[in-house]
Design a protein around this ligand. Structure first.
Ligand code: ARG
Length: 561
């Protein structure tokens, strides 16, 4: 469409210009463009005259059933549905929507990177969802994708766990409650440390440091604790990631990078990139990037920091993976930190494109209607609890229909994930069970249901034919136009790393399908065999787009619901 118009402009005015089309109110046409208004300045003519000239050219092309000029110079176009169907036939291949924009370049995508001290919480739901979608968008755009779970497994919690376990827990409790007991111990010990500090004492804190030291010295008892706690915690993280149906190729956490970070700091000091303060702490000044807060890469006591491990992470990835781009799926709270980190990377001469794929927090509604960041005080905070509750809701959705447990899980997960994509990732999202499971709204179940319905028709009546001669496709026109939009939507979503564009598209496609069924018999009732084969053929494509689009969002389609 855009191309045809661009060609007409080239022919008439001998200029190359990008053309954008929109979908106007159907009363005016199938497509519209305001390109004439954009050209007016450049061509020194009235937009109306330019529009008339382009319109004339387009009429002669024979590609449109109607071309009209409206207002100051809008061009409205009507096409025969058959032409849309032909375009689809020409451009359709197995992965309509996939493209090769990435050209085999390498991208590292980092997610969900939870912290090991506590059980997996909803705080790492968005990193999982958005990270996964970024991965999928890159894959579908021809990038070579490497994924890495940057675990928050650095040393400090270990000391707290050991001391807390010895004081406040027992083998039986750990046996029974696993990581949840560890989380409890961690919180209790943190609280005790806080109270102790307020009282001006440091007995517990000293004990924590002693255990950390023992660990560094490879003391057998400390190592045994570390192994026991880490295994518990890691198994739990993997279990939750399995439930979320996400995985990564690598799992190189902070602990892996800490010793490397120490060395890297030495190198930075030697080269003068980093500076040692009087108290012994080490900073990297970032003034030349307009950032007046330097990045602290080592504490005065020589201890490593978050930034120390990230310094090593950057160097490691450069050396081993040679990425063209690195995407970090991490919440908005860390925006300033990543600005500093990326500036430091530049200072080190790292040319890789660094992206902080940030997103807002998950809010929940208070009883009085106000919004607040989701917290344990108010409701669910444990990821497993959230998933359990979602599954209970999904059971309600399917009532007593014959739906497998597998499908119930898909519905539960689909609902939760889709809600992450209902608006631009940068906005805070409101976690509201009712809208997440709304069967008639902008929700996962609504889109999944539309996909299930299409699939059901196809499995009962066959996949029809991709192209039926002698059928005009007029009844399917809106669907065909929608399908033709898909590759552009995927491209835009990938370029901007905005998966909500896919969610929005899928919702619109689902709505289009529901409108369609209301007026058009597909395979039963008053329908000829030609119609039936052609319509099933269109549905087969719709089905492919639903699975392709939902798979980008990490959502599976149930068999029934
Ligand atoms: N574990 C961190 C957190 O939960 C996220 C890690 C982000 N990645 C990084 N390279 N710093 O806050």
């Amino acid at each position: 469409m855009e191309q045809t118009i661009a060609q007409a402009i080239k022919k008439r005015f001998d200029v190359d210009t990008p053309v954008q089309v929109s979908r106007p109110d159907p009363a005016f046409g199938d497509y519209a463009t305001n390109v004439a208004l954009q050209l007016a300045g450049q061509l020194g003519q009235s937009p109306r005259d330019i529009a008339e000239a382009i319109a004339e050219e387009l009429r002669q092309s024979g590609d449109f059933s109607e071309v009209t000029v409206a207002g100051p110079g809008f061009i409205n176009l009507r096409v025969a549905a058959r032409r849309l169907q032909n375009s689809l036939n020409d451009s359709w291949h197995d992965h309509f929507g996939a493209n090769q924009d990435g050209n085999g370049k390498t991208v590292v995508v980092e997610y969900p990177s939870p912290n090991m001290a506590k059980p997996y919480s909803v705080g790492h739901l968005r990193p999982a969802n958005q990270g996964w979608a970024a991965r999928r968008l890159m894959e579908e755009s021809g990038w070579n994708v490497i994924t890495d779970n940057h675990l928050g497994d650095s040393g400090t919690p270990l000391g707290i766990w050991i001391v807390g376990f010895r004081r406040f827990s027992s083998d039986e409790a750990l046996e029974r409650d696993g990581v949840y007991e560890l989380g409890r111990v961690y919180i209790q010990t943190k609280q005790a440390l806080k109270e102790e500090a307020e009282a001006g004492k440091s007995e517990l804190a000293d004990e924590v440091q002693q255990w950390l030291l023992k660990f560094e010295q490879q003391d057998a008892e400390a190592l045994a604790y570390s192994q026991r706690f880490n295994t518990l915690s890691l198994n739990h993280i993997h279990h939750v990631m399995d439930r979320l149906h996400i995985s990564t190729d690598h799992e190189l956490g902070e602990a892996f990078f800490a010793p490397k970070g120490k060395q890297a700091v030495e190198t930075l000091l030697a080269s003068g990139v980093a500076i040692k303060n009087e108290d012994g702490s080490v900073i990297v000044p970032l003034d030349e990037f307009g950032i007046d807060v330097p990045l602290l890469v080592q504490k005065s006591n020589g201890a490593t920091l978050y930034a120390t491990t990230d310094l090593a992470t950057i160097l490691y990835r450069e050396e081993n993976w040679h990425p063209d781009r690195v995407i970090h799926a991490v919440g908005a709270e860390q925006q300033f930190y990543f600005t500093q980190l990326f500036a430091m990377a530049k200072k080190l001469g790292v040319m890789t494109e660094m992206i902080h794929l940030w997103f807002g927090v998950i809010d929940q509604l208070n009883d009085d209607g106000t919004r607040e960041k989701m917290s344990s005080r108010k409701g669910v905070v444990l990821m497993e609890e959230l998933l359990d509750q979602a599954e209970a809701r999904a059971h309600q959705v399917v009532e007593d229909r014959d739906v497998s447990d597998e499908d119930v899980k898909k519905i539960a997960l689909g609902a939760i994930k889709f809600s992450d994509f209902t608006s631009d990732r940068r906005t805070n999202i409101l976690f509201d069970w009712n809208s997440i499971f709304a069967l008639t709204g902008f929700s996962g179940p609504y889109v999944q249901y539309a996909a299930v319905r299409v699939n059901k028709i196809l499995s009962e009546h066959g996949a029809g034919q991709a192209n039926v001669d002698g059928y005009d496709y007029e009844a399917e026109k809106a669907i065909l136009a929608k399908l033709l939009e898909y590759p552009t939507v995927v491209k835009g979503a990938a370029n901007e790393l905005e998966p909500h564009r896919i969610a929005q598209y899928l919702y619109e496609l689902a709505r289009e399908m529901n409108r369609y069924y209301e007026v058009t018999p597909v395979a039963t009732g008053d329908v000829s065999d030609t119609q039936k084969q052609a319509r099933l053929g269109v549905l087969a494509r719709v089905s492919q787009i639903f699975s392709h689009g939902l798979s980008i969002l990490g959502i599976e389609i149930p068999y029934s619901m």
